[in-house]
Ligand binder design. Structure first.
Ligand code: Z57
Length: 835
């Protein structure tokens, strides 16, 4: 039950208590109250962590009334909501964003100062919640930010991992993973609700029984029900998702796994206490750790348990708790659209069918009609190995009822295919939700495509390739099901918070309010010709470089030169992203200088910055990390290139570091093999912060280039059709090596052991792959990349021209606000009949 049991006499009971005062004194008082009564320490005895926790709770107070009010408004006027289902939310630090959303930065700063404390120091205490791997998780965080800012009702559903993405360290240049115990010093941004836990079943079997139909006709139908073998509790933890200075606070609901009462009883009843306790740990393992693979699923049983766990909790939460009592579930699609963030939550489809039929008495056709209108699916990949398949054996063992439902969905679906394409059994096999080879398994993307209202890709090119290459049979059958929504990023975090100097310049020039209407950046365009503006713009960039130098000196002990181009490649380490191409460029420049082929002063001084985590089990990616670190150590120590080539690879690239790194960049490296990067979102953040892009014709690069113009973008490499043609003709990387002396010199230098302390073996894995495999055609694009890097140098020598281009990148990239992405989702997927 909720609410007071008796009729309250006190009028205060009717509404949430008021807001704390927005004054320096009021804030200081609130902070001290939290420190004293919340943390239980006096200011004079408090640690920095006490102070951080008290500050976080103080800021929370200012959002609380808006949160309760937003929830009340949504309950009283229920409308269709978005249920964003995502296994990952890469949120980044919360404090800065909360201060920005409440516009309390200046007040908090002065209040703390008055107490002898420093806001920046306390902010630096926060360990970011790294509940995601990379682009997909960060996209989810940007989307919920935008929905709150646009006052769209949304619940973000996900998993409260106890350990997020690992902390990366380097030992002898090799990646070593350290567990990310982000909660160990307290989680001041979360609200646990153990009393609202829901129960989720696993395993067991199904049984059939006969029942009379509800219409009183006396007809009998056979139904099935699931008898799980064990249960797990899902405890919801709520996080505030504040809109930007608009009084709206949405909710992120993350589930944490607990053992049920039954486990506790077992502890009493079984003599084997230790076994019983182990069983409890077993249940709690489900939300223990984020799987650190990005774009390469591992197909582990625990991972499927995680997926089903959070999805089952979320659907139950929505139907039983969020919808008003007695809501007619036939009308469910009027109230919710569940957006499936990749295939990770796709098990929600049979779960919805099971709930509607087995728990709410619907028959198959009704349940299917409802289900088909409640889900939409976003695909984020083009790599075949990234499309999840779950072995039938595993699904049957863990979720036997769901497997039955999936089989029936498939049967009916394949019947449609056979009707539409009679006699085409090859097509039937390609489209089947169940694959037979190499093992019988459920193809989650097919299931999502069959069940969803819409399927979208994440950039124009990606959506086209999705139709033509990944799911061509489906797009032939249902052309209207396919659509595109190009990704976006939140300008609140990635411009306002990350780049205060540029933000101030923008506001001084075009006025306030651009943070929520990013297309207004357009009006910066004429200022590209304004010398004074260009000077201020260049000064802002220089200030951001200085800020980065200072940070890396303290954070990593890395010394960066004061001047020169800052050339940045930050993203997960993956072969398709081609960090090795960047490495070949660096090695080639280095080789040309030390061999005397090129004079030291003939090239533009550059600082190359890498940031990349490798999945712990991804051997090649870890070898590439080792090689980057080896090249960095050698180049940085070589007097012959001092001041001209510097390579920095700070460990543990995350959202916090991104916020300092991206604003300092001159050049953004987006160099994936064409047709492999679904979108990219880092590329957008760089352009919006005034970096120029060197990039392939891939993902959202295509759209960036179209908007900023060819003069302000460095395009190189094959396009996707050329890649496909080369693939078809047969690609021989060693032939490219043989025929290109510059490439040969670079590879030979690596292979000689020059960077690996004379040990040729230490570079062999990477070198041999490039020469004899090179799945992502690094060597094929080498010459084009080198040539265009030459153009980059030439452009950079003309600083006026460069700054003009950088300004135009900012002015023309407003399209990449995630607010725009959300508008597109609303129009094309969530509310298609709305206007
Ligand atoms: C992930 O971060 C992405 C795709 C995946 O299939 C998985 Br699993 C994780 C990324 C894409 O690689 C990016 O190109 C894209 O920008 C991002 O998802 C957001 O759509």
């Amino acid at each position: 039950t909720t609410g007071p049991a008796l009729e309250p006499a006190n009028p205060l009971a009717k509404a949430p208590v008021g807001r704390p005062p927005r004054t320096v004194d009021g804030f200081a008082r609130e902070f001290l109250r939290e420190l004293n009564f919340g943390e239980g320490v006096a200011l004079s005895r408090s640690s920095q962590n006490d102070q951080y926790l008290a500050l976080a709770r103080t800021i929370r107070h200012y959002l609380m009334a808006d949160w309760l009010e937003t929830a009340r408004r949504r309950r009283e006027h229920p409308t269709k909501m978005v249920g964003y289902l995502s296994a990952e939310y890469l949120l980044g630090r919360q404090m800065g964003n909360a201060l920005l959303a409440t516009d309390l930065g200046a007040i908090a700063d002065q209040a703390l100062r008055s107490l002898g404390l420093d806001l920046r120091t306390l902010r630096a205490q926060e360990v970011e919640p790294g509940l995601g791997n990379g682009g997909l998780g960060r996209l989810a965080a940007c989307f919920v930010d935008s929905l709150a800012t646009m006052d769209v009702p949304c619940i973000g559903y996900g998993i409260r991992y106890e350990y997020g993405i690992f902390r990366q360290t380097f030992e002898g240049g090799r990646q070593v993973e350290v567990p990310d115990s982000w909660l160990s010093l307290g989680g001041p941004w979360e609200f646990p609700h153990p009393d609202r836990a829901v129960t989720v079943g696993f395993g067991g079997s199904t049984e059939t029984f006969v029942e009379e139909t509800a219409d009183g006709s006396g007809h009998q139908i056979t139904r099935s029900r699931w008898v799980p073998a064990w249960n797990v509790l899902g405890v919801p933890y709520h996080y505030m998702v504040p809109g930007y200075q608009n009084g709206v606070v949405n909710t992120l609901r993350l589930w944490s796994a607990r053992a049920t009462q039954a486990f506790d009883l077992q502890i009493f009843n079984s003599g084997d206490y230790a076994t019983a306790v182990r069983a409890q740990t077993f249940a709690e393992n489900i939300s223990k750790v984020l799987y650190p693979e990005d774009s390469t699923p591992q197909g582990r049983e625990l991972r499927l348990q995680q997926q089903y766990f959070f999805v089952a909790c979320s659907l139950k939460d929505f139907i039983d708790r969020t919808l008003e009592k007695d809501f007619d579930l036939h009308r469910l699609p009027e109230r919710i659209i569940f957006q499936l963030n990749d295939t990770h939550p796709v098990i929600a489809i049979p779960e919805m069918m099971r709930l509607l039929m087995d728990e709410h008495g619907m028959e198959w056709d009704e349940a299917w009609s409802v289900t088909q209108r409640c889900f939409a699916y976003t695909c984020h990949t083009l790599l075949p190995e990234a499309l999840e398949v779950w072995p039938v054996e595993l699904v049957g063992r863990l979720l036997p009822r769901h497997l039955e439902i999936i089989y029936r969905i498939n049967e009916e679906f394949l019947e449609t295919v056979r009707e539409t394409f009679p006699g085409d059994e090859l097509r039937v096999r390609r489209m089947s939700i169940i694959q037979d080879h190499p093992e019988r398994a459920v193809r989650m993307a097919n299931l999502a495509t069959v069940a969803g209202v819409k399927v979208n890709g994440v950039a124009e090119l990606h959506s086209q390739l999705l139709r033509d290459k990944v799911l061509p049979d489906f797009s032939e059958l249902w052309p209207d099901k396919f659509t595109n929504v190009t990704n976006g990023v939140t300008p609140r975090r990635f411009i306002r918070l990350a780049n205060p100097t540029l933000s101030q310049l923008i506001t001084d020039t075009i006025g306030v309010g651009w943070e929520t209407k990013l297309e207004r950046l357009e009006s910066l365009e004429p200022y590209a010709e304004d010398e004074e503006f260009r000077e201020r713009f260049a000064a802002a960039k220089q200030a951001n470089k200085t800020r980065l130098r200072e940070l890396l000196a303290v954070r990593d002990g890395i010394e960066l030169p004061e001047h020169g181009m800052v050339d940045v490649m930050v993203k997960r380490l993956h072969e398709y992203k081609r960090q090795t191409l960047k490495l070949l460029h660096i090695v080639s420049l280095y080789e040309q200088i030390i061999s005397g082929k090129v004079a030291k002063d003939a090239i533009v001084p550059r600082t190359f910055v890498f940031g990349a985590k490798a999945a712990p089990g991804y051997h090649m990616a870890k070898e590439i990390i080792y090689l980057i670190n080896s090249v960095a150590a050698t180049v940085n120590a070589d007097e012959r290139v001092k001041g001209v080539l510097t390579v920095a690879f700070p460990a543990n690239y995350n959202v916090t570091l991104a916020n300092k790194l991206i604003p300092a960049a001159d050049l953004s490296e987006q160099i994936s093999l064409a047709g492999k990067e679904a979108s990219g979102t880092g590329n957008m953040k760089f352009a919006l912060n005034g970096a120029l892009t060197i990039g392939t014709d891939d993902g959202a690069n295509v759209e960036i280039r179209k908007l900023v113009g060819d003069d302000n973008f460095f395009l190189f490499g094959m396009d996707e059709p050329q890649v496909a043609a080369l693939q078809a003709k047969g690609y021989v990387p060693s032939a490219v090596y043989e025929s290109n002396p510059q490439l040969r010199s670079a590879i030979d230098l690596i292979a000689s052991g020059h960077f690996t302390g004379g040990d040729r073996g230490l570079a062999a894995t990477v070198v041999d792959d490039l020469l004899y495999n090179d799945r992502f055609m690094t060597l094929a694009d080498f010459q084009s990349y080198i040539d265009v890097q030459g153009e980059v140098d030439e452009a950079y020598r003309d600083q006026e021209r460069w700054t003009r281009s950088a300004i135009l990148n900012v002015a023309r990239s407003g399209f990449f606000s995630s607010d725009r992405s959300m508008k597109d989702y609303l129009r094309r997927i969530w509310m298609p009949t709305h206007d």
